[in-house]
Design a protein around this ligand. Sequence first.
Ligand code: SF4
Length: 356
Amino acid sequence: MKKKIKELVEFLNKNKPVRSINIMEVCGTHTMAISRYGLRQLIPENINLISGPGCPVCVTPTSDIDWIIEIARQYDVSVFTFGDMFRVPGTESSLYNERSRGRDIKICYSPADVLNFAKNNPDKKVIFIAIGFETTVPLTSVIVKRAYKENIDNFFIYNTHKLVPEALELLLVDREVKINAFLCPGHVSVIIGSKPYNFIAEDYHIPCVISGFEPMDILESIATIIRQINKGIAEVEIQYRRVVREEGNPTAVKLMYEVFDKSDSLWRGLGNISGSGLKLKNKFLKFDAKTFFPVKRIKSREPAGCECGDVLKGIKKPAECRLFSKICKPENPVGPCMVSSEGSCAAYYKYEKLKV
Ligand code: SF4
């Protein structure tokens, strides 16, 4: 393994591009691995690794957090969330703060557990915050179908699911962001395969490599990108062959679209992206928390001084935010990129603070 890493580093140094290039990693797990293993320091300086919108918690806009909080305040409900969402600041509060004020907000590890809770507590109205990209949508779909089949009428989802390829296209047409290649997400690609990225190579001439998460995987993927750039070609390649197939997992994709239709979706930092979200099909609309629990909405604001929006677009690195490691720290996060275990600010703070 060490020998292979050494060879890859040597290859990159010998074959580094003549100009400076930006490679965006589109997955929070890649971001964490790059920082954790010090990969930025191993590769030539003119290969710039920038983080993209690959952390689902980070790209969930403040307005969704505010909305969930208002539901918890205005209705007698039990809200279940994955741990990372718990401490993300909304405009005035967070789920964590609301729990300390007596709202019934719990951390969960699986939507199946939440559905079981709803079944075992028929007198409670139970909401699961459904979050994540294509990786987690099939699981939510299974649970919604189960709730439908078993006619469970006290279970709801607050749906924030998002789709990755549509967000990448937005970044490519955005003149502020200069991307020369994508390190595509491994987990998402297990579900969707490699074909949904073909337009990036064909229409925008941008190389895409679907990468695994080990240091060697990431270095090998970067080397593949450099080979393409040096040859002047742009293709979609799969480095993470151990789990990703070109066609993805058609059964999981079919399941997704049995329950959801594509819709527009609001992303933190990126705005409203056409076709980048999912909405429940009419048949399953009775499980939609937003429909079932209408709320008087507050005017949402981003946290003052927080530059998560620019960090998620790859325009700024975490350390370029004035609050980074001064006011904003994991124990006192100002924005979601410092809260989430996949957030770039958290990755830089944990592993690269002293190097930036
Ligand atoms: S350092 Fe904190 S305030 Fe700055 S962009 Fe990151 S999360 Fe937001």
